[in-house]
Design a protein around this ligand. Sequence first.
Ligand code: ARG
Length: 457
Amino acid sequence: MAKMWAGRTSGVTDSAADDFNSSIRFDCRLYREDIAGSMAHAAMLGAKSIITNEEADAIIDGLQGILDDLDRGDLEIDPKAEDIHMFVEQVLTERLGDVGRKLHTARSRNDQVALDLRLHLRHESDAVAEQVKGLIAAIVEVAERNKTAIMPGYTHLQRAQPILFSHHVLAYAMMLLRDLDRLSDCRKRVSVSPIGACALAGTTYDTDREFEAKLLGFDGVARNSIDAVSDRDFCVELLGALSLLMMHLSRFSEELILWTSWEFQFVTLSDAFTTGSSIMPQKKNSDMAELVRGKTGRVYGDLMATLTMLKGLPLAYDKDMQEDKEAVFDALDTVKMCLNVFTPMLQTMAVREDNMKKAAQGGFINATDLADYLVRKGLPFRSAYKVAGKLVSECIQTGCTLETLPLDTYRQYSTLIEDDVYAAIDLQTCVETRVSEGGTSPKSVEAQLAWVKEQIK
Ligand code: ARG
């Protein structure tokens, strides 16, 4: 069948070219937005007397019928259609005849596709934001359920200082709050209406772009028609925000994978979120976390593909831009899928407070506290640091810990050290005394918890 745009050419295309050119297999997911956009457009055409009110009503009714049929599954999307815009207009024209042919007045697929995509991404990024909020709430829950658990904090993956487990997981809540912030900031630039820009130059009809933008819930209209149809910054921004979000999920996943290993055993994942091995009977693998980590690369790929697709494009619309959708849809699908398993995986995870404590007791993670103790006794920090370092070395040689090192030995290194040293380097003390804002003391962590809860209210 000849194309709707037949005229300048026969409109009869090679079937391989048709398949190559068509975007229906992925832009079919935009049908609701496409129909909503067309309804607003018809309403504007009627309000501005570009078509009659009767014609506008007939088009809107027709579109509503198509929407209902598609929702119910009574109308199937034609896989041979060029794209969703052509498909909807084709069906409308089949159903209404000539009136259907008036819908595309003062419009182009170039502003139409930008409109559909913006409407869709606004909705989808709101959905992702809701999921992120759910994950933050799950982190808060886990932190509250395990308030007293002490674990070793790491730098360079070497045991560094004792911290509260709740403090550690709340760090991820902070990252996710920034992700939420980025999504809502990006939303401001998504929620700008391109419709009315037409092909690129605007139109000779007396249209009302504000009217359409308002009907569709946009916060404003794009100020330059050429930019309106050329701009895909909002896709890149969203992909950037999603990439950062995945990077955070991936780091968290990596820690869960470490923590579930036999070497750490800090947490146990529910059987529902682990898998076994086909050969090794003893295995319990953290596949979900590994997949989240793995899929992060995929989302980065979508970002890179979109940036690269755009970098050499002359203004205004180029067909290359059709590639924006698969990338952004894939990233959204991936992120939503990851959040869908990550949150319940966290909610059902058991925290092994005993093992964390055991790990915290090794590795001299209270050495900083020993140095601070000496500072309180009057030694300058650099000198105190040296003494504490030598004491750790003494412990390593004699096979004991700072907690079990006899006072006599302590005093061989500094006579400032007294019996109260043991209380000062007790892990509980180390944690409780880190009262600086944002620190690991129960009081500071409580404040962080309250702040996070306030943010997601
Ligand atoms: N399917 C196209 C896309 O996704 C719609 C816009 C087509 N515009 C055009 N001038 N051929 O970008």
